[in-house]
Design a protein around this ligand. Sequence first.
Ligand SMILES: NC(=O)NCCC[C@H](N)C(=O)O
Length: 484
Amino acid sequence: MQQNPFESVFKIGVTTEIGRLRKLLVHSPDSGLGKVVPSKAQDWLFEDIVHLDTIRKDEYDYYTKLLMYFLDPEKIKGKLAEIDSVEANRGFYKPNHPNFHNSENVVELQNLLADILADEYIRKKLTAAVCAIEGCTYKLQLKLTATDPKELAEIFISGTMADDTMIFAPVPNLIFTRDVGTTINSHILLNKPAKKARVRETMLMRYIFFNHPFFAAYQDNVIEIPDPTQHFLRPGDEPEFRTTLEGGDVMMVSKNHVLIGVSERTSEEGANEAIKLLFENDVVEKVTVVKIPAKRDYMHLDTVFTQVKRDTWVILHSIAHSPAYDATEPIHFLKEPEKLEATTAIQFHKNKPGEPKYYEHVEALLDDISRNDLGSTTPTKIIYSGGNVFPYDSREQWTDSCNLLALKEGVVLGYDRNDRTVEAFKASNFNVVKVQDLIQDLESGKVDADTLTDTLVLMPSAELSRARGGFHCMSLPILRDEIL
Ligand SMILES: NC(=O)NCCC[C@H](N)C(=O)O
């Protein structure tokens, strides 16, 4: 039998949100993002159309650079001037270019897709599946099956042929790799999207996880969520009983503990199935469900809070503490409980079925995770979106002030536009640095990824934020160091 060349090097393991990041899946903005039209932007879950050149060169490329300095420095250090020269024409950042970085730590999904499409059997099956979803003609299906795998991978993602003809809609949200699945210890929980716009990307990911040699040793660890029978038997098109779950609602906070958000995208049934599967497969012992108001502003759990350090979190205040209604006011009794926009946290333990634990508020849950799961001995610090000042709190949450990605404990990436949140970070003794400056310092050796501490890195965001997700959403961690 042929030896799998990746088996020895490709390890999966995530036990926290903050351990040093070693390997992740990403997807850099493809031409499909430049095909979003105003009339479809909302259906395709973008708030606006984006300028492709800017989002790539002036925004996402900085993310790629920074990830490389932290996760694969040999590919970038000492070579930055050449990589970014005019002659290089951004080849380092273009998945189909011969000079693409091809990092096995900063892993580009499009290339994994191209790898599996090189197998004729998989190419036929996946092409048939994509064509069935997209309603392509049989002749087009035959043409696609005969297309070069690298080109085909790009077509499946962008919806556009090499001659720029659009054959079906793009999947512009694939840049938000977080949502397609979550690494939980050495398992991967696949998503089950709530929105039609995210169906094709889920299928592409399913094929990758089950067929790419990188994941060969972990195929038995891929968990998929089925629909319950009640769903098929329901009358009409009611979404009731649908199991939906998106990766942005799943957070691996400590070795034995996962958070699942019930939200606009993840249904109670989805959380229910996920909990049962996680317990049955011995993946974790505790799952805490955080129910947040189901609305576009909040979308996923990671849009309302993320972890920064073992003892530090950034959160929207109204989620941390449900809005306090004065019980002497009649309105308190007139509104349905869900309209009060209350947030609840309910913890399920594998060995205590039927005995969930209720938290007074989300901040109490975060404090419990910091102190009891992660062994923090210092008081838990909460940084509030917009410094907890109205209207900056909600304005900045909308542009992902709470959606930060930790490269290591205390070193997080966020958008440069959330001024009041940045001030709140400074007040909590974090250094704040622009990514452009940090990259210069990493290249010159003035700063080192291993020694950097307590830093919020500001990333350019004018175009990216129109797609409605931050760097937590733009990352699917596959391997993190355990925190001591
Ligand atoms: N985890 C996240 O919050 N991901 C952001 C997803 C944004 C995308 N435009 C969506 O609406 O699905």
